[in-house]
Write a protein that binds this ligand. Sequence first.
Ligand code: RP5
Length: 163
Amino acid sequence: MTAKVAIVMGSASDWPTMQEASNILEQLGVEHHVEVVSAHRTPDKMFDFAAQAVDNGLEVIIAGAGGAAHLPGMIASKTRLPVLGVPVQSRALSGQDSLLSIVQMPKGIAVGTLAIGTAGAFNAGLLAAQILANHDPKLAAAIDTFRSEQTQKILNAPDPRVP
Ligand code: RP5
């Protein structure tokens, strides 16, 4: 694996959410691996993925899941790499279940939990890039540009009534 970031998710149905992480990584020029890995439906695959993540050259893992969202925490239990958890917005409980499943980790195994849904997925991608940027000046410059363009866009359009 040449990618330093992996985006994994519990189901292909999570992709419309997790694509936001992929989009910002793409925009910032960060190569990333994408794969469906389910804590419940493919548990052995999940453990293999997590156990081999360091040897496979990964540096950050973004894991998204909905409902009984055990994927980020279980991956974190098998690797020292930073795991960023994205609570996917579930149909039954609007992602509250996903959020609480991911955020309440026991002391000693860390998962960085993002917001529910697409904003969380986007920010997970951004945060993964920010972690890598500590040792990548080109990526740091790309993030600085992203942030200043975002700021400028708002400053250029202060009146919300103007389309
Ligand atoms: C979780 O169950 C997945 O992460 C997904 O958010 C949710 C529903 O999965 P599907 O039934 O759509 O495959 O494991």
